[in-house]
Design a binder for this molecule. Sequence first.
Ligand code: NAP
Length: 284
Amino acid sequence: MSESRVAVVTGAARGIGRASAVALARAGYRIAGADIAAPASSAMDYEPATPGDLAETGRLVEEAGAEWLPVVFDQRDRRAVREGFAQVADRFGGVDVVFANAGIQGFAPLLEMSDELWDDQIDINLTGTANVLRAAAPLLVERGGGRIIITSSTQGQHGTLDGSGYSASKWGLLGLMKSAALELGRYRITVNAVIPGLIDTKLTRHEDRYAQIIRSGGNEPSGDVGQDERAAAAAQRKKLPLGVPWVEADDVAPLVVFLASEEARMVSGTSFAATGGDSANVTA
Ligand code: NAP
């Protein structure tokens, strides 16, 4: 693809979004990085991204030699999302690639969960991603083709103990991806998903996540963060064929770069995973 192609990455302030924005920048795209860069849900047990995090992604993208446009929106807000895409089109003249990646994750058993924990995950992960896709698709049609890549999860491929809202949202995204692939192919737009395994980001590195991993193995967490982190890491090493506890965000980014590329023009309606081998534990 030529240097002038434009990629929009959501959830760009950190984690998988940042790693992918930088990888796309290195691959020659101009980058618009969108994020809420503020607390997205009070039902989350980990620290939110900040405007400084989004600015740091911008610094890294520019260091990689690419043009950078930061865009701040809450992807639940359809109007703000449309305005954000209009800003990108104004600045760069159009959009070629959308990596719809922003999301949140929280855990609680169905019998105990707050309404907010369910609503925020469905509203942000599923409906919010659909908002991004629906705002972006007309711009890709206008461009004569393009790429949409959605971040799902292995938890969108199997049930998740104490993670029903997240699993439902990420499973739903695979349905969205496949339906959109059917509808948008005629416009030369491909739609695919990436499936990250357990990735070393703020979303996973906290007590609640360690506790969930330990409980999934039939044990009880100690409540001591250091001890539970070690126990979760040991459980992951045992479970993953490639023997790592966490996969890096930089291991997911190459999938995004490939799916965005001209070479992937005949790849649509499917998902590519970077899970340290955990994909062997899901069907197909
Ligand atoms: P992360 O570091 O927390 O990054 C996610 C980013 O999305 C954050 O900057 C977050 O901002 C932003 N965001 C949240 N709600 C938003 C909203 N309503 N509008 C706009 N931006 C919003 O997490 P990550 O691990 O990189 O996760 C990226 C994606 O991968 C998510 O969809 C996640 O579900 C998925 N995923 C992650 C893993 C993993 O193990 N890490 C595995 C599978 C899938 P705030 O922090 O300010 O809310």
